[in-house]
Design a protein. Structure first.
Lengths: 243, 243
DNA sequence: GCAAAAGTGTTTGTTTTACACCCATGG
DNA sequence: CCATGGGTGTAAAACAAACACTTTTGC
């Protein structure tokens, strides 16, 4: 047991005093927008034009407005940059290091979202906005590399437990595309037969009885995600790491 | 593809303008402090003295100070209420609904922590501070029930994947205590033989070659957590739900 | 007919589950 | 000697892993 002093303790949940004294902080959201081009996991970044981060890449973010919900702010940022709505998005972590932003105390709530990369039409005016292969990103502005790393980790945790990967694929996809996606996100290689067996046996995907065309080899069958299916707990572990 | 307008978009990560206009928000931390009394999972709550939440229970929280890191604020709240330091703590989620707090816009970062309930000496002056069985809590002040629920879910996710439960137990514990803990946190029942086999085979616990005393039955062997051991991915699933 | 990728089953090893009796202690 | 909970093993089922050949298409 440890002892401690006993003067009364202020508590935001019991006393209303002094809140104004602390109104010295800004809250922002930062969006890690993931896309998949068929081979590698990508993230949408913008070139920072702040002096000290000149030529560094940063996440898309903005201050949360006084009358705006956090999730709404994140969706707004996503919409403004990609034109997309109704996209898979998840809050991940909040970063509040004292000097993380040169403008003062800015506490940022990080989100990641999964978009179909082909549905994103980059704005002409956003000339500093580009997709980057996640695994090639070495440094970023602010603490954004740390935010990215944590969001990648969260995505990896999610995708092995929950069918979120479909948000990165077109409506119709082949098993090879699906496997490429899992391999890109997780940085591992799977046995093709076992991978296909697993997904087919889980009933997560539905055969469309269509095939690819314009390929110069045997065309693959196309599938769609079965929204009604349940994810079955499984372990894609003990696989060959390629990282 | 979707089209969207093309006026320039403000971005906290590229432009420094207008940040002051948004300094209209307070940031707080809320701590979900879990303890285990040998049978049920408990959480430390304080009675709110705010008029509209009179007689409702609330989490322990406070405004983050302008020069204070988020984690530091959470540890401060924990220290002020329990006297404990160096406790397992994890940030979980940030809640920012517009009207979640009557004092104005208060965005709160929720943490949960795991403490040894017997190490907590409640302050005499904190007369409204008590341990509550998590499963008996029906409603709380503010959005705290939602925060609690999400923290419980997070703890459940963690405890089956990572050896965090030991933070809730005394240094020396029996396998029955360990099993009670897992059953209380997860709301399930395990087969005793399988549970013991699993933990012993994982090498997570170390036999102290000591036994309980003062029990009126065969005394159980005592174990300690082996910090060096690796958690082996496992599934405690398909168990009998008792919720 | 060749190149390129699609598609497909079986065997083996490991993990999980289900299940019941004897043991040590205090009173 | 009784009550209480502690401690233990085995068999069957489910799952995961390893592995190679045939098929279809475009050129």
């Amino acid at each position: 047991m440890q002892s401690h002093t006993s003067f009364p303790i202020k508590n935001i949940n019991t006393h209303l005093t002094e809140i104004k004294d602390y109104f010295k902080v800004a809250v922002s959201v930062d969006c890690v927008i993931f896309g998949f081009d068929g081979n590698v996991l990508k993230v949408l970044l913008i070139q920072s034009d702040l002096a000290q981060y000149k030529n560094k890449w940063s996440l898309l973010g903005d201050i949360v407005r006084p009358d705006e919900e956090l999730d709404a702010a994140a969706y707004r940022v996503l919409r403004e940059r990609t034109g997309l709505e109704n996209v898979y998005m998840e809050q991940v972590h909040t970063f509040g290091a004292l000097n993380r932003h040169p403008a003062g105390r800015v506490i940022t709530v990080a989100y990641y979202s999964l978009v179909n990369i082909h549905h994103v039409q980059l704005r002409v005016s956003d000339f500093g906005l580009h997709w980057h292969a996640v695994k090639d990103i070495k440094q970023m502005a602010f603490d954004h590399k740390q935010i990215l790393d944590i969001c990648v980790k969260r995505l990896q945790d999610r995708i092995i437990e929950h069918p979120v990967g479909f948000n990165l694929l077109p409506k119709k996809f082949s098993l090879r595309e699906l496997q490429n996606l899992y391999e890109a996100v997780l940085g591992v290689k799977f046995d093709r037969r076992n991978f296909r067996k697993k997904f087919l046996s889980m009933g997560l995907i539905e055969d469309l009885h269509e095939v690819e065309n314009d390929v110069r080899h045997r065309p693959a069958k196309l599938y769609k995600f079965n929204e009604k299916a349940m994810w079955k707990n499984t372990r894609f572990l003990n696989v060959n790491s390629i990282t």
